[in-house]
Design a protein around this ligand. Structure first.
Ligand SMILES: [Zn+2]
Length: 221
């Protein structure tokens, strides 16, 4: 399994800071369960955050603060501590369709999902999470299109089974699409088998404050 679509640094950094609502964290953690590359990056971010937060001094949020923060971080120069250099756990062969922690939320693997129809052969299963983010499993029959939609906020879509195409991009198991309000798309399930994916979106009314909140903790560094 080669994962080609990964989490952004901003999202991983916020996750490492423990600063994401439960729905986002579920999508990130489930991607990490499938993606050794992002697990390694998350370990680095955690090491950076842990050291920096020890000396944290609150400061005002300013325009460009996040970009300035990243400009100061050169991962190649980071002196990782012993904990961060521990070998990463291997991905276990023959893992179920739904890795942990997602499987725990569902109460079993894909065969125990209680789907409900949303029309056109597409099914969903809402996942109970706290906070403003909404999480659901989607089942898209092979070759079917999800009706075109834009976003008023962030959307994370993690493929668990099958595949989908979004324009010229292909997403397979483990791939995660990070779509924001700039994206207006018509994802289409690949041929041959249905696509099962985890989709997390935020309520539009909350989104305006989401990005500042995501970066706030690290801007305080
Ligand atoms: Zn990844």
């Amino acid at each position: 399994m080669t994962i080609r679509h990964h989490l952004t640094a901003e999202i991983l950094l916020s996750y490492a800071a423990g600063n994401l609502a439960e729905g986002w964290s579920l999508a990130v953690a489930t991607h990490l369960a499938l993606c050794p590359d992002c697990r390694a990056r998350e370990v680095q971010f955690s090491a950076i955050g842990g050291e920096a937060l020890e000396d944290a001094v609150p400061a005002e949020l300013s325009d460009g603060a996040l970009a300035a923060c990243f400009a100061l971080i050169d991962l190649d120069e980071v002196d990782l501590n012993g904990e961060a250099q521990q070998p990463l756990p291997p991905v276990i062969a023959g893992t179920p369709t739904l890795p942990e922690p997602l499987r725990g939320y569902v109460g079993g693997d894909a065969d125990s999902v209680r789907w409900s129809s949303v029309g056109g052969g597409i099914r969903q299963c809402l996942i109970k999470v706290s906070g403003e983010a909404k999480a659901r499993l989607l089942y898209i029959p092979a070759g079917d299109k999800v009706p075109q939609h834009g976003h008023r906020g962030l959307e994370l879509t993690l493929v668990l089974s099958g595949s989908f195409a979004d324009g010229a991009m292909q997403f397979h198991r483990g791939d995660i699409e990070v779509a924001d309000e700039q994206v207006n798309h018509t994802p289409t399930a690949g041929p041959g088998e249905p696509c099962i994916c985890l989709a997390v979106t935020d309520a539009p009314i909350v989104f305006k404050s989401l990005l500042p909140r995501l970066v706030q903790r690290f801007v305080k560094i």
